[in-house]
Design a protein around this ligand. Structure first.
Ligand code: HEC
Ligand code: HEC
Length: 265
């Protein structure tokens, strides 16, 4: 099916780039294992019953190439799928699986009950360093249709088992130690200067990265993300302490500033 097809193309693009960068990338991960490989997505919500396959496909395109297909609302060069790996289907990379049915929910950051649309707007204002996608825009309808098409169990209000990020103990990161981890395990792909090679290898700091209001800008979230998902070709080789260290190092770097006008998101 298309989902897997597109994803393999992305994985090949990465292997190709990695070769260009002379990185020894053995076994480029394709993120198609587990529930991710189940493309018989169970459309069950009202949103999806009325959503055409074309709208769902368009939503996936926006998710995978956000700076191209939602350009007016994106301030950096990150796609949703740069963080929500495998087009939002990989466990503990904040997947979109089983999610739609959990909304509306209370948000601590916003201080009120939010819809799925509000949550998407939050990632646009912060992680995409842009501005909230209008509720009634074509892009919003497509993203909601795509995310809802990945729902299944979440429709019953039960969180998906691989939701969010992996649990990690609270530790203090040491930026000096993290600099060493970064040089050894991250710089080959994300660049010595953190700029990456967008859109294939995403930026970790600088103008093309998330802003300082993003969830992943919190060292504990970055550490949890990295512990389970990075380095991309060999995830799982870092200890929790090394993950905190590299998160602390990345946290010392410059990045776009969150626009306080959007602080209700
Ligand atoms: C820079 C990384 C990054 C980018 C880019 C990003 N997100 Fe997120 N997103 C996160 C993180 C981190 C979380 C929170 C995970 C947690 O705290 O458990 C999150 C959470 C979410 C959630 C709620 C998930 C849940 O389990 O409650 C949704 C929905 C979401 N993002 C949608 C999007 C969409 C749509 C885009 C693209 C327009 C996007 N995100 C771009 C990092 C990112
Ligand atoms: C083999 C290349 C490679 C290596 C090495 C690597 N990454 Fe990544 N990283 C990627 C790719 C590609 C993505 C986009 C998501 C995906 O497809 O896996 C990504 C995504 C990310 C993201 C979320 C997107 C963003 O730009 O904010 C973070 C954070 C991250 N990597 C941190 C790290 C850290 C820290 C290390 C070192 C411990 C590391 N990565 C090593 C390739 C790599």
């Amino acid at each position: 099916m298309n989902t897997l097809h597109l994803h393999h193309r992305a994985a090949h693009a990465l292997c190709f780039t990695a070769v260009l960068l002379s990185v020894a990338v053995s076994g480029c991960r394709t993120h198609t294992s587990g529930p991710a490989a189940d493309t018989s997505a169970r459309p069950s919500s009202e949103a999806v019953k009325s959503a055409s396959p074309a709208l769902i496909e368009q939503g996936k395109r926006i998710f995978d190439q956000t700076p191209v297909y939602a350009a007016a609302y994106v301030g950096n060069k990150l796609a949703c799928s740069d963080c929500h790996i495998g087009s939002g289907t990989v466990d503990f990379a904040a997947p979109m699986l089983g999610l739609a049915g959990l909304f509306p929910m209370y948000s601590k950051r916003a201080g009120h009950v939010i819809s799925l649309q509000n949550r998407i707007q939050e990632c646009f204002a912060r992680s995409e360093s842009g501005k909230p996608l209008p509720e009634e825009s074509a892009e919003m309808h497509a993203l909601v249709a795509y995310i809802s098409s990945l729902s299944g169990d979440g429709e019953k209000g039960k969180p998906y088992k691989g939701r969010g990020l992996v649990k990690i103990p609270a530790l203090d990161g040491n930026p000096a130690a993290g600099k060493v981890v970064y040089a050894a395990q991250c710089a080959a792909c994300h660049g010595k200067n953190g700029a990456g090679v967008p859109p294939v290898l995403p930026a970790l700091w600088g103008k093309d990265s998330y802003n300082n209001g993003a969830g992943i800008d919190q060292p504990a979230k970055m550490a949890a993300y990295v512990l389970h998902n990075m380095p991309q070709a060999h995830p799982g080789i870092l200890t929790p302490q090394q993950s905190y260290d590299v998160a602390a190092y990345i946290h010392t770097k410059p990045r776009p500033k969150f626009n306080e006008a959007y602080k209700s998101y």
